[in-house]
Design a protein. Structure first.
Length: 305
């Protein structure tokens, strides 16, 4: 019970984050409920085969039999050559490495742009896309209107923010605007939540910056356990499973789920003690300050409420 109470502030913290992120219009789907798997592109190209681009490809290419109507073929850009080579070695029959970024675009139905923000605009501008071609940008620094201007007005564009767990088909991906082909890709890799308002997309994207905070809390508790004699292997194994258990209870959250989870903690119990102590020490106020800081850094021309 002591470890559970030490971890519980995450649920309380989410109850503070939720009002900041609430979005009235969203489309959410996953492998069980998606209506668009038949929209899965037959060929996908990745320009910028970095960590996230590789994760998307690996998640789809390693899908078990029956999970998808078909396994897409992948054409990989020569950027990040070592990651492209690793995918080619792992899936030799479903991938090939192109000689150029333009060859990627010319060879596929759907292009995933996963370039670093610092080089994205000139690279995209140099490419020629077909009218109606599907393009998914994973580049946070390029907004939708800029993406559309760079690719062409008749290109079918959308943005997405997948996280590394898509490699295991357990990722949560945020998208804007909703597109059937993006739904098919990302719901097959976990869940896909697409919004119809760019301002909501920008605010919801802030939540992804708390991934490091999540791991830091796990590390802090692991260090407390090991400093008190618990073997590091046991501590790590238990905490990984424990935090996954917490998350499972809110995976299908409604607007009231987080507040309900906080309220259901036993009055006077250890879990309530911890979150109230954290609140008294200003931990959750600091969460809101970090949310505002991330939003302002990412969107200097938007105001923070």
């Amino acid at each position: 019970r002591l470890i559970i109470s030490l971890c519980f502030p995450l649920a309380a913290m989410l109850s503070y984050i939720l009002p900041f992120l609430l979005c009235p219009i969203a489309v959410r789907s996953g492998p069980e409920q998606t209506r668009n798997l038949n929209e899965l592109p037959k060929s996908i190209g990745i320009v910028g085969v970095g960590t996230i681009g590789s994760a998307v490809a690996r998640g789809l290419l390693s899908s078990p039999a029956g999970h998808l109507p078909h396994i897409p073929s992948f054409v990989l850009s020569p950027r990040d050559a070592s990651k492209a080579a690793a995918l080619k070695a792992e899936f030799p029959n479903r991938t090939r490495i192109a000689q150029s970024d333009q060859e990627v675009v010319d060879s596929v139905d759907c292009v995933i742009l996963a370039l670093p923000g610092g080089v994205a605009e000139p690279v995209i501008k140099s490419l020629k896309f077909r009218d109606g071609q599907q393009v998914i940008s994973l580049i946070a620094a390029v907004n939708l209107s800029k993406l559309q201007n760079l690719t062409g007005p008749a290109v079918n564009c959308t943005k997405a923010l997948p996280l590394p767990a898509v490699a295991h088909r357990q990722g949560s991906t945020l998208g804007y605007p909703p597109k059937p082909f993006a739904d098919a890709i990302f719901s097959a890799l976990g869940t896909y939540t697409a919004v119809t308002d760019e301002a909501h997309f920008k605010r919801m994207a802030v939540a992804t910056s708390f991934m490091g905070d999540f791991y830091k809390r796990q590390l802090t508790i692991q260090e407390w356990l090991t400093s008190n004699g618990v073997p590091s292997t046991d501590a790590a194994s238990y905490l990984g499973a424990l935090f996954a258990t917490f998350a499972a209870d809110t995976k299908e959250a409604t607007p009231t789920t987080f507040a309900e989870k906080v309220a259901e903690q036993t009055p006077g119990g250890l879990n309530e003690m911890v979150w109230k102590e954290q609140q008294q020490k200003g931990v959750y106020a600091a969460v809101n300050e970090s949310l505002n800081a991330v939003f302002q850094r990412s969107n200097p021309h938007f105001s923070v409420r």
